[in-house]
Structure formats: C-alpha cells, structure tokens
Design a protein around this ligand. Structure first.
Ligand code: PEP
Ligand code: MG
Length: 316
C-alpha cells in the first residue's frame, strides 16, 4: 500500500482539498540537483552555499567560480523557484579565514549573517555573483540570510542585496527565537521568511545541535518550537508574505501536515523525503491539518504532540 501511495505521488504538493503547499528541495550544490528533479521538487527551498567555500581555507571562491555553480542550479529549474541562502559560516560550519577561532560559545558567536556583515566584501561578491548568474534566466530567484536576529539584521541584508543590484526577493531565515517573536518587525524589511527549525530548536532549548546528550531537546515536535512556527506563519500571513520551513522538521510527513496546519506556506527537505511528504499531505484536508496542529500545540511534550496529531489525523 505504501509503495502504491508513493508511486501515485507526483505533481505539486497539496492537501486532499487542494490547498497548495509547494514541496522544495534542500541542496548543497549542483551535484544534488538530479535527485531533486527526480523527486519532483517544485524548486529549491534551501541552497546551502557553504560547499563552495570549503575548497580553500584561506579565501573566498572567485566571483566566476560562484557564478558557474549558481547558474548550474538556476538552469535546472526553469520557471521554478530557487531560494539561495548566502554563506552560513561559523558554529557547526567554521571557515578558517572568516570564523574567529577563540570564541567560548561559537554557536552564540559570530556566525551566519553576523560573519557576512563583518566581511562585507565576501557578501558583496556572493550577491553580485548571484545577480549575474540569474541574468537572462526565467527562474524565480529568492535570496535569504541565515541567523537573522532582528529588524536591523534584516535591513542590513536587504540593503546589501539592493546595493549589489540583485533583482530577487530578499528573505530572512528564522533560526533565532527573537526573529520569530518579532517576525512582523523583521518582515518590514524582507519579503519572505524561512524557518530553519534545526537552529531554531537549538536556540529555543539552549541545546547544542552537536551534543548528542541533549538531543531530546532537538526534537522538532516540541510544542514550544511549534509555537514559534505558528507566530512566524501568522505574522507572515498578516503581512501578506510567505513563510516556509527548510529545517529537518519538514521531512517528517506527519509533522509536515502539522506545519501546514500552522500556516506554513512551503516545505523544503532532502529530496528523498519529498515523495513521502507529498503522499501524506495528499491524504488530509487543510482543516484536518489545522486540527492536528492545534492538538499538537496543546500537548506538553514532543511525544504527546506527535501522538495527539496522529490521533487527529487517523480519526481516533
Ligand atoms: C536550520 O538551521 O534548520 C537550517 C535549515 O540550516 P542549517 O541546518 O544549514 O543550519
Ligand atoms: Mg541553520
């Protein structure tokens, strides 16, 4: 039955009653594109550009090298959506020439957008390369910054995008609780939000994502995390803007239904998960997803939330 459901799973992501939820792929570079296309991804929801920077520990890749890599990805999704995340260096992804080596708490230090604002030349080159790579292509380019904490961060990023002549939508990742709590304020500067639930869980529960001993607190079913997802999605709706999820949470088919019920507008995940999420989402109406979301948020633990959502969706 599972096989049949998966085989029948093609086309755009939607609930049983036709509420569209674009299913996008998380990729790390051009090498991941074929699997994304094969899985029927409607575009890319998170292009992690760190891979380009890993070859050389002393300097950033040239503009030409970046243009080439970005173009390969953009060309693979004609008419589709591609969301590129600018470099997210630091913490779990340190880069010798950019990341301070002496921080006592790297996850709380200079990482993500903070690194780029300290090295405006690196950000400028990346944004210029993106602008040039997208020239003449019909693709719908969106560019977002990791680790946005507040409106000032979002403004600094949007200004840098405009200065680089980028014709794209600019967005902010919601990975820090402050950005979720004040999502409406962040949205005064950018056109979309994308929830990075891996880091959002880490910062909400003060639980390092690299420390196995605290992995219980990294569970994306934690009701406190669902509350922050809800706040962000509601704020985006009030502003008439979109709010996707690109963290691991989106790849859990049941949780994908709950996220949809919370008002999330797109789901981005590793390509291998797309058929499963598509098949599960197609089984339930938006109203069922909303009831499952409410039940999950009313729970007191991740396990209870999971069970409560499951009970609603299986009609118990
Ligand atoms: C996240 O934090 O959820 C995310 C998508 O970004 P990364 O896993 O690359 O930090
Ligand atoms: Mg992250």
């Amino acid at each position: 039955e599972r096989k049949a459901a998966l085989a029948a799973s093609t086309g755009p992501g939607a609930t049983a009653d036709g509420h569209k939820v674009p299913l996008l792929a998380n990729i790390g570079g051009p090498a991941d594109v074929p699997a994304a296309v094969e899985a029927g991804a409607e575009g890319v929801g998170l292009f992690r550009t760190e891979f380009l920077f890993l070859d050389d520990s002393k300097s950033a890749p040239s503009e030409e090298k970046q243009i080439e890599a970005y173009r390969q990805v953009l060309e693979a999704f004609p008419e589709g959506r591609v969301v590129v995340r600018v470099l997210d260096a630091g913490a779990d992804k340190p880069l010798d020439f950019l990341t301070p080596g002496d921080e006592p708490n790297p996850a709380l230090g200079v990482r993500g957008l903070r690194t780029l604002l300290d090295h405006p030349d690196v950000l400028r080159t990346q944004l210029t390369a993106l602008a040039k790579a997208a020239e003449g292509l019909p693709v719908y380019l969106e560019v977002m910054a990791p680790m946005v904490a507040d409106r000032a961060d979002a403004k600094a990023f949007a200004d840098a995008c405009r200065e680089a002549g980028l014709r794209a939508k600019f967005g902010a990742m919601v990975e820090i609780p402050s950005a979720a709590l004040r999502a409406r304020s962040v949205l005064q500067e950018v056109e979309f939000l994308s929830l990075g639930t891996n880091d959002l869980a880490q910062y909400t529960f003060a639980a390092d994502r690299q420390v196995g001993a605290v992995s219980r607190l990294q569970d994306p079913w934690q009701p406190a995390l669902l509350d922050l997802v809800s706040l962000s999605a509601e704020a985006a709706k009030a502003e008439g803007k979109s709010c996707g999820v690109c963290g691991e949470a989106a790849s859990d088919p049941l949780l994908a239904c709950v996220l949809t019920g919370l008002g999330v507008t797109s789901l981005s995940m590793g390509a291998a998960s797309i058929p499963y999420v598509r098949a599960t989402l197609a089984k339930y109406t938006l109203a069922q997803c909303e009831r499952a979301a409410a039940a999950a948020r009313a729970a007191d633990s991740a396990d209870e939330a999971r069970n409560a959502a499951q009970a609603v969706l299986s009609g118990e």
